[in-house]
Design a protein around this ligand. Structure first.
Ligand SMILES: [Zn+2]
Ligand SMILES: [Zn+2]
Length: 169
């Protein structure tokens, strides 16, 4: 229901310096991501709240999983990511990046949702040196060389070949 992510901060606001820790595991569906890149694995949240004179600082991390495909070989990928969180909540937001404290409550859910979405890598790779597909025959080069001679033809490439000798490998 997302309830562990709605925190009453009356006590925190009363005494600057007061802290509170939040540990929760929340179903992905509670976030309503509407984004297929978020894998359906519960998101765990470990947050530290601290009351300041101008609001409540929230810091910690969310552990979530994203899914997608390698941009070179299109292999399906699912990976864990740890998203660092550091945000400010204010009753009357002065900071343009601050989230609002409504009825003495802070709702951590939209904050976690936004940070998780931003953290998903664009154009992921299954591994750093994924060779992808052969540009000539389309073979998956991670399963072995296809035997195509790729050293030729396109004049744009031969220009690069000329350069190559002068560059450190
Ligand atoms: Zn790949
Ligand atoms: Zn080939």
């Amino acid at each position: 229901m997302g309830l562990p992510l709605i925190v009453n901060v009356v006590e925190l606001l009363r005494w600057p310096g007061t802290t509170k820790d939040i540990l929760a595991t929340v179903e992905v569906s509670d976030f309503e991501f509407e984004d297929a890149r978020v894998a359906d694995v519960p998101i765990s949240i470990n947050l530290h709240l601290e009351s300041l004179s101008n609001g409540v600082a929230v810091s910690g991390a969310a552990t979530a999983h994203w899914q997608g495909e390698c941009r070179r070989c299109l292999a399906p990928l699912t990976q864990m990511m740890i998203v660092d969180l550091s945000e400010l909540y204010q009753a009357v937001p002065e900071d343009p990046d601050a989230y609002e404290i409504v009825n003495d409550q802070i709702n951590l859910l939209p904050m976690v949702r936004e940070n998780v979405l931003v953290a998903i890598p664009l154009g992921p790779l299954c591994r750093e040196d994924c060779p992808g597909f052969c540009p000539q025959c389309g073979a998956d080069l991670s399963e072995g060389a296809c035997g195509c001679d790729t050293s030729i033809k396109d004049p744009r490439w031969s220009a690069l070949e000329g350069l190559k000798g002068n560059l450190p490998d």
